[in-house]
Design a protein around this ligand. Structure first.
Ligand code: NOJ
Length: 926
């Protein structure tokens, strides 16, 4: 009998694997629910504008917050058959232009269950920034019959709670609106109730039944962005940067943008379908107003409509505003309203405001910002050694070699297949000797195997997520029958974190870092390839309530594990596929299983830009495309673009042909090597940008409009992007391209990276492109630090000298920055770093300290020197320089722009100034 059942399981599992693994030609749409098959979405979408019956009552200031009740206007109407209990509303105001709005059920009415509020996402510092509201002023808005409440938000901004009809909005003081909620009266809050006889709350989809023991509990409302030309954000979708309307006149039948973390096999580009991660943050931008943002902290399935202009033509609601606006509809299956309004007014202000709530991106280790080589799978130790030595043979730098699931003993994470990997420590140490690192994969599904210690322990301790009947949930994933640790529980996260100690993770060494995959979580035989919504977590929380945050907690626990392993001294590196607001604090993410197609190369840009706008700057797409075999030209173009992704990793499915950079003939190897060299040369610049992100939330890779917010031509451009504020990169997304149209934003000229030639801004240039590179430009007025010598790994470049590239503007001025620390520890957080500012003006380059001065700071120094200073756009004449305080001379000569390839153009170069990077100095051109 046992054997029969085992046999049956094996067959089932093989079938599941086959369906999951075989390369089908396209995404299996039917496996996933659309809005019509999702009752809460269908209900919310069918509501009519103005249907919200709520008004505000009992408004007061309590504990520094504005509090009120939302009651049904029809309560007084005895004919109303479905009165709703009052809801409690709280508005709090935080420093820096952040308004927080909470709406939940009133506990004094004893709802059958406490609704889930997502813990551990908001950073404690944010709570300390609450402003203690003192005063409420009243004002009659428009033709309202009664007053509304007005509170201070930020100098120049106010928040208004309109009583009847219920509405919340932010406006410039006494003037124009910025953001609002429920202006279109679409607000609805389904209250929990006790099931009545005969009521059927179950939902069925493709053979799966969701018992829904608490019945309908969804929430929906509209949010309007004023003075907006476009809205952006709400990753993760494989679609354009500027979000297209999903409903309204002229919009073909479209699904809303879905936020539901799913393992979508072969996802499509150009689709509002939700994939691996969810960040309910939308940002609007327009010439009239600037930038504003909205964030809903809620981990249940969400659907968001961008309503095209004219969607409400028949609603009869005229908003009291002469401003252009974009309306959106937000719908979630469960949870509460915990929403944040960000006033901007600039793009960088909004990301700063958002990351003040959920935290800024973690500072990565230096090596993690370099090039990563991955494949499913590097077979065995010999394969690893060969790949590693080939990089040396071809003189291509790389920093990290990755091992996918096959390195384990039967997909039991934290173990090794001892036949293929008999000496894991030795293998890692060999890499480490060249300054390289290794990453292994650790997924959340634990093989249900009695002899597997992790499973035994998790079972005994009751650490698994439970199914609706209270038994350990059993789903299918790579190892077959699997269970999933309940990462919502801090005790379980701490237990998990301990598994990464060198002692517990046998065969690991300090140079090993981690990859968290399948953490949506992916369950091959679950509804929509994930966990059933009625599965149960810590504290009786239903999976439906926290689904989108499961991967986030898993990522957090893993990153904490690496911190613990290093005794709190070493920065972790963990790559995660699933994500949620706050993931930026725990590591990097990537865009999952893309395909080796030009359109996937193209869509990687808006996908990464969108992640950056919503806090997650350390992200990238699989270089080369995960599925399929890229033509060499596509692969080369992908390397050329990927070299500018914040996270730069090549990866491929096990069914694909091997594609390490030396396998496509000498010329292609040269081209890929050159792309990798571009990244390595720019590592000091990238690292400086990661530090900027770490302190301000401003992403490394930015949409053009973030740097040029007044230039309308940039607003929907998602084929080009900025790396920091100094570099503009234009992707090449077509085969055999001979030209590329490159829009260079206005106000300045731009130096073509390849030649040093200046191009005018404010226009589109038809650039000739060759196979050698994709167009990239340095903005006039900037200084970029580079390291031009190539080693085996970034770690080995530590003591190498710098090159400064000065791109002069029309007044012969420029400035730039450089951040350096030990690249590894947390000492930087105590002040152990160098932050230099370079300014070129009046023919003089100065280097000064840009770090804020604070006493008792830890020290960091560097013996590196500047070996070359390149002057782009310099009017010829002078031949030499005078250096202070050394009182020395350095010559200006024509030298190569790049040391790495023979045919480099020549540019004015200050040769061997040999000033120390750590010091203050001045170089005067004579
Ligand atoms: C799915 C991931 O997205 C992919 O990158 C990985 O190679 C496979 N799982 C196998 O672990």
């Amino acid at each position: 009998m046992r054997n029969v059942s085992l046999y049956h399981h094996l067959i089932c599992f093989s079938l599941l694997l086959v369906t999951h693994l075989t390369s089908v030609s396209s995404w299996k749409r039917d496996e996933f629910r659309n809005c019509n098959q999702t009752p809460f979405c269908k209900r919310a979408r069918s509501r009519k504008p103005g249907s919200c019956p709520l008004i505000t009552a009992d408004v007061s200031i309590t504990d520094g917050d504005l509090t009120a009740k939302l009651i049904s206007k029809n309560l007084e109407n005895p004919e109303d058959q479905s009165p709703i209990n009052p809801l409690i509303l709280t508005i709090s105001v935080h420093q820096d232009g952040v308004l927080r709005l909470k709406i939940n059920e009133d506990p004094s009415f004893d709802p059958p269950k406490k609704r889930f509020e997502v813990p551990d996402v908001i950073v404690p510092e944010f709570l300390e920034k609450k402003l203690w509201l003192q005063r409420l002023s009243e004002e009659v808005i428009g033709g309202d019959s009664g007053p509304s409440s007005v509170v201070y938000l930020l100098d120049g901004y106010e928040a208004v709670l309109r009583h009847d009809p219920f509405e919340v909005f932010v406006r410039e003081k006494g003037g124009k609106r910025v953001l609002s909620l429920n202006s279109n009266g679409l607000f609805d809050f389904e209250q929990l109730k006790v099931k009545k006889e005969g009521e059927d709350w179950e939902e069925r989809f493709r053979g799966h039944t969701d018992t829904r023991p608490y019945g309908p509990q969804s929430i929906s409302f509209d949010v309007s962005f004023y003075g907006a030309d476009f809205v952006y954000g709400i990753p993760e979708h494989a679609t354009s940067l500027a979000l297209k309307p999903t409903s309204g006149p002229g919009v073909e039948e479209s699904e809303p943008y879905r936020l539901f973390n799913l393992d979508v096999f072969e996802y499509l580009h150009e689709s509002p379908f939700g994939i691996y991660g969810s960040i309910p943050v939308m940002i609007s931008h327009g010439r009239a107003r600037g930038t504003s943002g909205f964030f809903w902290l809620n981990a249940a399935e969400m659907q968001i409509d961008v309503l095209g202009s004219g969607w409400d033509a028949e609603s009869g609601i005229a908003l009291p505003s002469d401003q252009s606006q974009i309306d959106t509809l937000w719908m979630s299956e469960a949870g509460v309203i915990d929403a944040f309004f960000f006033v901007g007014p600039g793009p960088k202000d909004v990301v700063r405001q958002y990351t003040s709530v959920t935290g800024t991106p973690a500072m990565p280790q230096f090596f993690a910002t370099a090039y990563h080589q991955c494949r499913w799978n590097y077979r065995d130790e010999e394969d690893v050694a060969q790949v590693d030595s080939k990089f040396d043979e071809y003189d291509i730098p790389y920093d990290v070699l990755w091992l996918d699931i096959e390195h384990t003993d039967g997909k039991r994470y934290f173990t090794w297949d001892r036949v293929l990997f008999p000496h894991p420590e030795e293998m890692q140490n060999k890499l480490a000797a060249k300054g390289r690192h290794m990453v292994t994969i650790v997924d959340p599904h634990i093989k249900r195997d009695e002899s597997f210690h992790l499973h035994k322990e998790a079972t005994q301790k009751g650490y698994y997520v439970k199914d609706a009947t209270g038994k350990d949930y059993d789903g299918w994933c790579w190892p077959g029958s699997s269970s999933y640790p309940d990462m919502l529980n801090p005790e379980i996260r701490s237990w998990w974190a301990d598994k990464f100690s060198l002692e517990n993770y046998v065969g690991s060494t300090p140079s090993l870092y981690i990859w968290n995959d399948m953490n949506e979580p992916s369950v091959f035989n679950g509804p929509e390839v994930t966990m059933p919504r009625d599965a149960l977590h810590y504290g009786g929380v239903e999976h439906r309530e926290l689904h989108n945050a499961y991967g986030y907690y898993f990522h957090m626990a893993t990153a904490d594990g690496l911190v613990k392993r290093g005794d709190g001294k070493v920065r972790p590196f963990v790559l995660s596929r699933a994500f949620f607001p706050g993931s930026q604090r725990h590591g990097a993410v990537w865009t999952g299983d893309n395909t080796a197609e030009w359109e996937h190369l193209r869509v990687s840009v808006p996908m990464i830009l969108t992640l950056g706008l919503t806090g997650i700057t350390f992200s990238g797409a699989d270089v080369g495309g995960f599925f399929g075999n890229p033509e060499p030209e596509l692969l080369v173009r992908w390397y050329q673009l990927g070299a500018y992704y914040p996270f730069f990793r090549a990866h491929a499915h096990h069914d694909t042909k091997r594609r390490e950079p030396w396998l496509f003939g000498e010329r292609n190897t040269e081209l890929m090597k050159e792309a990798i060299h571009v990244r390595y040369a720019l590592l000091p610049y990238f690292y400086t940008l990661f530090r900027e992100a770490n302190t301000s939330g401003v992403p490394v890779m930015r949409p053009l409009w973030m740097e040029f917010p007044a230039d309308e031509a940039t607003f929907s451009n998602d084929e080009a992007f900025m790396v920091g504020s100094s570099l503009l990169v234009q992707g090449v997304f077509t085969e055999r391209a001979k030209h590329a149209s490159v829009y260079l934003p206005s106000g300045q000229s731009w130096y073509y990276l390849n030649s040093g030639t200046a191009y005018k801004g404010g226009r589109t240039h038809k650039m000739e492109v060759s196979e050698e590179s994709i167009p990239a430009f340095q903005r006039a007025g900037t200084i970029i630090p580079r390291k031009d010598r190539f080693r085996r790994s970034s770690t080995q470049m530590e003591n190498d000298p710098y090159t400064l590239v000065i791109a002069l503007n029309s007044t012969q001025e420029a400035e730039g920055e450089l951040y350096i620390d030990d690249g590894k520890s947390f000492e930087f957080a105590k002040g152990a770093y160098l932050h230099r500012r370079f300014v070129f003006s009046n023919g003089k380059l100065t280097s000064s300290n840009a770090a804020p001065s604070a006493s008792g700071k830890r020290q960091f120094s560097s013996d590196c020197v500047v070996e070359r200073i390149i002057l782009l756009g310099y009017s010829p004449g002078p031949k030499s320089t005078h250096i202070e305080p050394a009182n020395q001379k350095a010559e200006i000569e024509l030298g190569p722009l790049y040391l790495r390839n023979g045919r480099s153009p020549t540019v004015f170069t200050i040769r061997k100034p040999n000033v120390r990077i750590a010091d203050d100095w001045m170089i005067q051109v004579l």
